[in-house]
Design a protein around this ligand. Structure first.
Ligand code: HEM
Length: 486
């Protein structure tokens, strides 16, 4: 517990990578990190979507990078972790295909919960799932889901009109609203006309998550998940019901030809690989992928939409410009069509700027499985990397002195460096559903902007928090006014 960490610390230090002292009885540096998060929580809050996020999402990064330099070593328990915000090094880590750098992966309990799908797999199994998923998420497929996405938004906006009850202005917590919408849209794209049953599957997942965090208090105890405790028994029941439901939907889908474009059917199809062999996923594997897509897709897309709406609520000048574009492309009350989406140039730039300032996946993790050389530093096996996306996205050397400001026009020019902007990751594990996320975000934002003008509510409190994804701690209260055609 003491000798090995001290030796590793000294090896890094000799190569110029320094950091806070390893503390054996304080779980590495974990206690200090928790304290820094608590200090940030206690600070007075602003009511503006002011643009500092590193302070909230990774306060330890700001403190230690100032003390030890932009790459530094700290300790997660007894595991060494190197924090990196140099785009060249990040690119080297993410583009590495030698197999010596891998994802951190889930512990067995989390794996059961999130599904043993694409995001948590490695090696041959990952490659097979990836080949099939890539074919399910091509731009052509995603475009065929546009009517399903539009239908989801239409339904949501009808609900908003019920809430408005004819008032001129009304308040909504858009964080909650876009989460419901994002779950609805994934369900429509994955299960087509059976999307209500799909939603039942997803709500079972949410219940499982609840029982999971209650049962284990989020600390992984080996073997605990096999004990017949009340929470575990409930979790097993929910797991069985989920799998039975997906299995039943798979049976129904295979009988109906008209359903061939939905995600579930695409995952069920057989594909020929480069060697000419036919590849297919089994039923249980498809169930795992459905779970993965739900967890990987719902939160991320919903949080992107939340921040984009908050930024536009604060910057009404950009909202007006975007509205002019939306009306030019779709008319005052026309619905979005797949063929028009490419004309939403400013809306796309706004989405990119929101992804830059508030990337839903604010940090990415990797670990070494062998000794490697990164840049000019030798790194031992079993070292973890924290890739500080949120820091790179705001570096003044890359983005200029106004790096913290909302300025969508910076995306008029193509980006200069591959790893200066990587909200969807980079390299072989880049987000497989990036097309879907972007198309969904364009449609949702365009339809909201077309129907409502909005401003930040005085009740909004700015306190981003990183809980798997970056989200507002106290919700995202926005005041909406219906745009009338007269
Ligand atoms: C704005 C929305 C989204 C963002 C910002 C986002 C971000 C990311 C990032 C950064 C990764 C790479 C993780 C890593 O390499 O460690 C990733 C992977 C992944 N994402 Fe997304 N994602 C979004 C939407 C979605 C959606 C809608 C789905 C599914 C419906 C999805 C499914 C996945 C899957 C399955 C992977 C794992 C791919 C692999 O390991 O091969 N994501 N995403």
């Amino acid at each position: 517990i003491i000798c090995v960490p001290l030796r590793i610390q000294s090896q890094f230090s000799k190569q110029g990578v320094r950091g806070p002292r390893y503390r054996p009885i304080f779980f590495g540096n974990t206690k200090e990190i928790i304290r820094m998060f608590e200090e940030v929580k206690a600070k007075p809050k602003s009511t503006l979507v002011e643009n500092d996020v590193v302070e909230y999402a990774a306060p330890f990064y700001r403190r230690w990078s100032r003390m030890y330099g932009e790459s530094f070593l700290y300790w997660y328990g007894t595991t060494p972790r190197v924090a990196i915000s140099d785009p060249d090094l990040i690119k080297e880590v993410l583009m590495n295909t030698s197999g010596s750098i891998t994802k951190i992966g889930f512990n067995p309990s989390n794996r059961q919960l999130f599904g043993q799908g694409l995001a948590g797999l490695e090696g041959h199994k990952w490659a097979l799932h990836r080949r099939i998923a890539v074919q399910a998420f091509t731009m052509e497929r995603v475009k065929s889901w546009v009517p399903d996405i539009v239908a989801g938004v239409v339904k949501k906006l009808e609900k908003w009109e019920d809430i408005r009850e004819g008032r001129e202005e009304f308040e909504l917590d858009v964080h909650k609203e876009v989460h419901e919408l994002s779950a609805d849209i994934i369900s429509r794209t994955a299960f087509g006309s059976s999307f209500e049953e799909g939603k039942r599957i997803f709500s079972l997942q949410e219940d499982q998550l609840l029982h999971f965090s209650k049962g284990s208090k989020n600390v992984y105890i080996p073997g605990f998940r096999f004990l017949p405790t009340k929470d575990n028994r409930e979790r097993w029941r929910l797991e069985k019901e989920t799998r039975d439901l997906v299995r039943r939907l798979i049976m129904t889908s295979s009988k109906t030809r008209e359903n061939s474009r939905i995600l579930l059917s695409l995952l069920m199809a057989s594909y020929e690989n480069q060697e000419g062999n036919v590849e297919k996923l089994g039923v249980e594997e498809i169930i795992d992928e459905c779970k993965t897509f739900y967890f990987a897709g719902k939160e991320t897309t919903a949080n992107l939409l939340t921040w984009a709406l908050l930024l536009l609520a604060q910057h009404e000048e950009w909202q007006n410009k975007a509205r002019e574009e939306v009306v030019r492309v779709f008319g005052f009350n026309g619905l979005p069509l797949a063929k028009n989406l490419n004309n939403l140039k400013l809306v796309t730039m706004i989405i990119n700027e929101a992804l830059r300032l508030y990337p839903p996946t604010s940090v990415m993790m990797r670990k070494t499985s062998k000794r490697i050389r990164l840049g000019n530093v030798d790194i031992a096996a079993h070292t973890q990397f924290l890739l500080a996306m949120v820091v790179v996205h705001r570096r003044t050397e890359i983005w200029g002195e106004d790096a913290n400001k909302f300025n969508p026009l910076r995306f008029t020019e193509p980006r200069k460096h591959l790893a200066s902007f990587f909200p969807f990751g980079l390299g072989p594990r880049i987000c497989v559903a990036q097309n879907l996320a972007m198309v969904e975000a364009k449609i949702v934002l365009a339809m909201i902007i077309q129907n409502y003008s909005f401003r930040l509510s005085p009740t909004y409190v700015h306190a981003p928090i990183l809980l798997a994804t970056l989200q507002p701690t106290y919700g995202a209260q926005i005041l909406f006014k219906k745009i009338s055609l007269t």
